[in-house]
Design a protein around this ligand. Structure first.
Ligand SMILES: [Zn+2]
Length: 99
């Protein structure tokens, strides 16, 4: 679970999910109110995990299968990717450049 670099409090899973679903670049710490940013390494890891979704779609297309199983599997993968985000999240006080 991500830990605030300012107050060292660990964010709860549900708070992290809610904050990560917003499109804003920074996330306000629920404990101290200071803006926190994802580290560059963490942003790379999370974009890799998001790549799982098109990968699953590709597998579904390759097998040319339109059964509800693939739709279920695709939704399941999407939910899983969102759910694991807090576990790979690392916070930073400053917005780090990706490269
Ligand atoms: Zn804090």
């Amino acid at each position: 679970m991500p830990v605030c670099k300012n107050c060292k409090e660990e964010w709860r899973w549900i708070e992290t999910i809610k904050k990560s679903l917003t499109l804003a670049t920074g996330m306000t710490c629920p404990y101290c109110g200071k803006k926190q940013y994802l580290t560059a390494a963490c942003r790379k890891k999370s974009s890799l995990s998001i790549l799982l979704i098109p990968l699953v779609m590709l597998i579904a297309i390759l097998f040319d299968n339109s059964s509800p199983f693939f739709l279920f599997f695709l939704i399941g993968t999407g939910v899983l990717v969102v759910c694991i985000q807090p576990f790979i999240m690392e916070l930073s006080d400053d917005e780090e450049p990706l490269w």
